[in-house]
Design a protein around this ligand. Structure first.
Ligand SMILES: Cc1cc2nc3c(=O)[nH]c(=O)nc-3n(C[C@H](O)[C@H](O)[C@H](O)COP(=O)(O)OP(=O)(O)OC[C@H]3O[C@@H](n4cnc5c(N)ncnc54)[C@H](O)[C@@H]3O)c2cc1C
Ligand code: SF4
Ligand code: SF4
Ligand code: SF4
Length: 749
């Protein structure tokens, strides 16, 4: 049977919380699913001991624990629950295979305070995107503090369809991620009265008298209380007060709560759910303002205002309290609205439950962790309904206008993550290479092979595409067709370049038979090839061995700080003034001043090498290996001093891998301008440049760095995260050493 795991706030002795959870179970079961609330705990023994303790206390007659027992029994009977354990309290990815879908909501699962405690759990980040459903979650705030934006953005971006319970939440979502969310009813209102009566208790029948149901979560003002007492006296009504800790009713659980509301002559309350059930059961009520000034009370007040407005029952607030007309509550309009809203709720749920069956053809299926941001999907979409948008870390990701999408599937067809290029190749010839032209060599990152290939293409009348700085010193892909402009593309820029609509430009040129040399990361070349989906004789491609690409947002802020209100003249990530191996990161300002950061001292560069700044896809790059989809692959020939001393040049040496005959030909055409030595790539070469085969390992502090940088985008944040990672590494190295010594001692015994 298909199964759904429900993630919601747990462990609260609150009638509304339990009943909304029950409603979600019931609604999902209507669609033929088996349901379980799922809870992740950090400890195994302690929570079990707590339950035993509470059970004992309930037997001793303590009202607080008797109330707990009523809720505990309700949970066991009506909301089957499965417990998971993990040290950090977060669900593990492996549980995703046990369920078809996961539902988060309703209740305040997206309240910034809740998120701080349960973080990724309430955004279902352990599940695949097409398994995630948010059902009427509540944020519980009118505004989001800047420090909470990062987690919210990250979480919200993970859903295909978004719903929310309040208008304020809808606005927040639109502001944060530019996507619209559907405002839905609280799930308790989607079940009708007949369904609730199936589980309601019999407490109303045992009262033996007509009564007013009273529930106040905040203290009630004396004046208002007096009015209720007077009304009760005049009408000979009893007052059943669920908030009175001294009353026997205080210990009653959710079933009796339903019964007492259903049997009441009048409900007087400041509780959202008591109002919601009064409307659902058509019981006259008065909604009172919560009087304490804390955030929870303010939010509850606004939720009640919203629901009264939605159901045209604004005349049931406390200022209309009237002993004469208390029973004259007209629900005719509310009942019609309720029917429409229930329909809306169910059609949203149906849409979410179709996610996997629908097998949506667009790139919504591509996990954010593997999308490389190559932009192939953007240019492939025939109706331009995909746009690249910067995420909270500053990397570009595709966002689809789903209202427009026709499910043609072209975007998935071209995505190199879904359809990776074939790795089977016959020829991979390798060379150690450096330019005979000193200017070219000094203006290149390693041996200057790119310059020769670019020159060759332009001489053939072609256009060369690669990464350059635009006027704002952002890194973008663009084409040049003049020899003197090649220098714009030379030198590695350690920032992810924005490919924008360049693939479409390349295609246009190729269709006109103009030669094109396209250069970039392997994933960019793969994206272009998939987009073109056709062999062109005059297309030449060059990729490089790739460490990974840093966030454009981090670079933008870093550069801003370094320029100190001056204009920038030039930036070089690989200034070779002190040689190829001892390069520096330099920024030249308009007044001639130059910032020089040595490669191991400059915080930005250091964080790049330590893998802190990289895009998530770079930690599991699917484009590694010796054979690639490009014609030529270039790299820094690190370690050449020892591996091939006769080819060492202090100003830089490249490793060149010709991937096919075209690559061989391209290289042959330019070889006379270079010092060249053919090689057989051995394990030693591979070991000296691990990025050929292996993705970089994601450091533990990486995600925390991006969160901090979102709030404080400055050099200090980069430096602090570097030093905390350094400290961690020292501890790890010390532990490893101790382990080795320990093993040695045991062996020697
Ligand atoms: C982000 C990045 C990571 C790298 N990681 C490694 C590594 O781990 N090991 C290794 O051996 N070599 C790595 N390289 C490659 C290396 O730094 C040189 O680019 C390569 O040796 C070629 O040098 P060159 O002297 O022939 O030409 P150069 O003139 O230095 O090469 C410039 C070429 O790089 C391209 N380029 C520059 N910046 C970018 C960018 N941000 N995105 C896409 N293309 C870009 C240009 O379009 C041009 O084609 C990396 C390069 C980059 C940009
Ligand atoms: S499926 Fe077709 S229409 Fe929809 S986003 Fe992809 S390319 Fe565009
Ligand atoms: S085509 Fe490129 S940008 Fe689009 S989803 Fe795939 S990897 Fe991401
Ligand atoms: S490491 Fe892989 S995914 Fe990252 S930019 Fe380089 S080729 Fe693309």
């Amino acid at each position: 049977m298909k199964k759904i795991g429900i993630v919601t706030l747990y462990g609260m002795n609150n009638h509304g919380n339990k009943l909304q959870n029950y409603a979600v179970h019931e609604l999902l079961q209507e669609y033929g699913y088996q349901t379980e609330s799922i809870v992740c705990e950090k400890e195994i023994i302690k929570p079990r001991l707590k339950i035993i303790f509470k059970k004992i206390m309930a037997v001793t007659g303590d009202k607080k624990y008797q109330r707990w027992r009523s809720f505990y029994k309700f949970t066991r009977k009506h909301t089957p629950t499965r417990y998971f354990y993990s040290k950090n309290g977060l669900f593990q990815e492996k549980i995703a295979k046990d369920y078809t879908y996961f539902v988060t909501g309703s209740d305040q699962v997206w309240n910034p305070e809740t998120i701080k405690r349960g973080r990724a759990n309430y955004f279902l980040r352990f599940a695949k995107r097409e398994q995630r459903i948010c059902l009427s979650p509540s944020m519980g705030v009118q505004h989001v503090a800047r420090e909470d934006e990062f987690d919210l953005k990250k979480g919200l971006n993970g859903f295909r369809y978004l719903s929310i319970r309040e208008e304020a939440g809808k606005e927040i979502i639109e502001q944060l991620i530019g996507q619209s969310a559907q405002v839905l009813l609280d799930p308790t209102m989607v079940l009708d009265k007949a369904k609730w009566m199936k589980i309601a208790g019999n407490a109303s029948k045992t009262v033996g008298k007509k009564y007013i149901f009273k529930l106040f979560l905040d203290p009630i003002s004396e004046e208002r209380n007096k009015e209720i007492i007077e009304l009760a006296k005049k009408e000979e009504l009893e007052i059943i007060d669920l908030s009175d800790k001294a009353s026997v009713y205080y210990t009653l659980g959710p079933e009796q709560f339903l019964s007492l509301i259903e049997g009441a002559e009048l409900v007087c309350t400041d509780s959202f759910h008591a109002v919601a059930f009064s409307i659902n059961f058509n019981i006259p009520f008065y909604a009172f303002k919560r009087i304490s000034k804390n955030d929870v009370s303010n939010h509850m007040a606004s939720r009640i205002e919203t629901i009264l407005k939605k159901f045209n029952l604004e005349n049931r607030t406390e200022q209309y309290f009237c002993a004469k007309t208390y029973g004259e509550c007209d629900f005719s309009s509310a009942n019609k609205i309720l029917l429409t809203e229930r329909e809306r709720f169910r059609s949203f749920l149906q849409k979410c439950l179709n996610q996997q069956e629908l097998n949506e053809c667009n790139i919504m299926n591509v996990d954010e962790r593997i999308c490389t941001g190559c932009s192939a999907c953007v240019v492939a979409c025939p109706i331009s309904c995909i746009q690249m948008k910067e995420n909270e870390e500053g990397f570009l990701y595709p966002r689809i206008d789903r209202e427009q999408c026709t499910q043609c599937g072209l975007c998935t067809k071209v995505c190199p993550c879904i359809n990776p290029p074939s790795k089977e190749k016959e020829i991979v010839d390798a060379y150690a290479v450096y330019s005979k032209d000193q200017d070219v060599l000094l203006n290149s990152s390693s041996g200057g092979v790119f310059h020769g290939l670019a020159q060759r293409c332009i001489r053939l009348g072609g256009v060369v595409y690669g990464a350059m700085f635009n006027e704002q010193f952002e890194v973008v892909h663009a084409g040049v067709n003049k020899i003197e402009d090649i220098s714009k593309l030379q030198r590695s820029k350690y920032v992810q370049s924005n490919v924008n609509l360049v693939f479409a430009e390349v295609k246009e040129l190729l269709e006109k038979e103009v030669p094109v040399l396209f250069t970039g990361t392997t994933c960019q070349v793969a994206g272009l090839k998939n987009f073109l989906n056709k062999e062109y004789n005059h297309l030449y491609t060059m990729d490089f061995v790739c460490h990974g690409v840093p966030s454009p947002r981090v670079f933008r802020h870093y550069k801003e700080q370094k320029r100190r209100n001056q204009s920038i003249q030039d930036i070089s990530f690989r200034d070779k003034t002190k040689g190829w191996e001892e390069f520096s990161f330099t920024i030249v300002l308009d007044d001639g001043e130059k910032y020089v950061g040595k490669k191991r001292e400059d915080p930005y560069f250091n964080a790049f090498i330590k893998n802190i700044l990289l895009r998530n896809s770079c930690y599991h790059c699917g484009f590694k290996g010796k054979s690639r989809c490009s014609d030529i692959t270039v790299a820094d020939f690190w370690g050449i001093k020892n591996l091939l001393p006769e080819m060492y040049c202090k100003d830089g040496v490249s490793l060149v891998l010709c991937q096919n005959e075209r690559g061989e030909q391209m290289f042959k055409d330019i070889a006379s301008s270079y010092e060249v030595k053919k090689l057989v790539v051995s394990k030693k070469h591979e070991e000296s440049n691990s990025a050929i085969y292996a993705s970089m390992v994601k450091p533990e502090g990486r995600d925390m760095f991006f969160k901090k940088f979102y709030l404080e985008p400055d050099c200090k944040t980069i430096e602090n995260s570097l030093s905390s990672i350094k400290k961690k590494n020292i501890v790890i190295r010390a532990l490893r050493k101790a382990k080795r010594i320990g093993k040695g001692i045991i062996k020697n015994r």
